[in-house]
Design a protein around this ligand. Structure first.
Ligand code: FAD
Length: 392
């Protein structure tokens, strides 16, 4: 068999890409190592930027999201027992959407496979890429019963996330820049209603703590911990005691506690692959640039890449126009580096107070004071937190 495009990975990047290609009547095959039930339940992101929702809407992919997502208009820093609210909608006229990633993935799979009739294989193993530097690349994989398949393609889209296979086949000249924050985050999901109407950032000498509403019954929390820490070191009681302490303010009741339904340690690090293409292989999303969840940017970047790549592939496959494909990597990387820089800036704000270094603690305090005292500084922060608003 032959497909114009084989997409490796059914995350937000691969599924958004597949959907847009199908809408343009371009056949593609999506290959995914996990089961459909697994990807529809995998909890991760929740914050989606307004331009990304508009991008999904314009491509007919935001109906459920717009009906069900919450709109957030402010965030709040908590430190020294006090609250500092940052009303980003007032400052910029823009807001965030909160829609859990498993819901978005569920919507995108249903639309791609059940409505637009796109081909998808779940639970494939041992995906290998062949002939990427030729005009006729191919992808081979093993299906559940052990049979090996080979499909030919015009293009391969590497949308297989940070631990996928497509990044490993890049040539020596591809540059991979890495940044390790030297910090761990215990990522938690609690069966507990949010304790505030917005995202909370606790900047505390014991370490950062985050509160991110996900739905009326589920809240994501983060607790800074040593990198490589064992989640077993964090029993329920210890988690809630630390969250209560790091997010405490004088004029609000304690957090509403609940059962923890996810608990894992993330060693915060980023990487960026440049360029994002090699021959007939084009990378999109975390496969090209892992972004620690510090500024809630990863899924947004994955969607940005998917929209650009879809448009570029359609222009080439329908009209032979190569401009989009030629400019794809540069166009993606501009936003990628912008978001990387903001994540690094925000990491200093989150982690300076607990670094043990009085100099970093001092500069963190100065940054925060500026943010709280200067509407211009707050406006500049809001612009970056909400993401570049140009349409895609
Ligand atoms: P993925 O979602 O990782 O999808 C890749 C897919 O490829 C997976 O389904 C995987 O199973 C599959 N795969 C892997 N290897 C292979 C292979 N060899 N062959 C075939 N398939 C393969 N981002 C935000 O924007 N906002 C947030 O609030 C946010 N919060 C986050 C919180 C946490 C705790 C974490 C971990 C991440 C968060 N992110 C957030 C980041 C976001 O989840 C990712 O950036 C996003 O999932 C990237 O989408 P993707 O499609 O590129 O990759």
């Amino acid at each position: 068999p032959r497909f114009p495009v084989v997409v490796i990975g059914a995350g937000p990047a691969g599924l958004a890409l597949g959907n847009v290609l199908r809408a343009a009547s371009i056949d593609c095959l999506v290959l995914e190592t996990e089961s459909r039930a697994f990807i529809e339940g995998r909890p991760r992101a929740g914050v989606i930027e307004e331009w990304a929702v508009r991008g999904l809407e314009e491509r007919g992919l935001a109906e459920s999201l717009l009906a069900r997502a919450e709109r957030h208009t402010a965030c709040e820093f908590r430190l020294g027992g006090r609250r500092h609210r940052l009303p980003y909608q007032e400052l910029t006229g823009r807001h965030h959407y909160v829609y859990p990633q498993p819901l978005l993935v569920t919507d995108l799979v249903r639309e791609y496979a059940d409505v637009r009739g796109g081909a998808i294989r779940f639970e494939v193993r041992d995906v290998r890429l062949h002939g990427l530097d030729t005009a006729g690349p191919a992808v081979s994989y093993t299906v559940e019963d052990g049979e090996r398949h080979l499909v030919r393609a015009d293009f391969v889209a590497g949308c297989d996330g940070a631990r996928g296979v497509t990044r490993t086949v890049l040539p020596d000249w591809a540059r991979i820049s890495r940044h390790d924050y030297g910090v761990g985050w215990l990522a938690l999901l609690a069966e507990a209603p949010p304790s505030a109407d917005c995202v909370l950032f606790g900047v505390h000498p014991r370490g950062f703590a985050g509160h991110m509403p996900r739905s009326p019954d589920v809240t994501r929390y983060y607790l800074q911990c040593p990198p490589g820490d064992d989640p077993e070191n964090w029993p329920q009681d210890r988690v809630w005691a630390e969250l209560q302490e790091r997010l405490a303010v004088d004029d609000r009741p304690p957090l509403t506690e609940g059962r923890l339904i996810e608990k894992r340690v993330l060693d915060l690090h980023n990487h960026v692959v440049e360029p994002m293409s090699f021959g007939r292989l084009f990378l999109a999303g975390d496969a090209a640039h892992l972004t620690a969840p510090i500024a809630a940017k990863g899924m947004n970047l994955a969607l940005h890449d998917a929209f650009l790549l879809a448009d570029a592939l359609i222009a080439y496959l329908a009209d032979g126009d190569t401009a989009g494909l030629d400019g794809y990597s540069d166009a993606c990387l501009r936003r990628v580096w912008d978001y990387q820089e903001f994540s690094q800036w925000l990491s200093d704000v989150y982690h300076g107070a607990s670094s043990g270094d009085p100099y970093r603690a001092g500069t963190t305090r100065a940054r925060l004071r500026r943010l709280f005292d200067s509407p211009r500084a707050a406006g500049a922060f809001a612009e970056q937190y909400l993401g570049e608003s140009s349409p895609v």
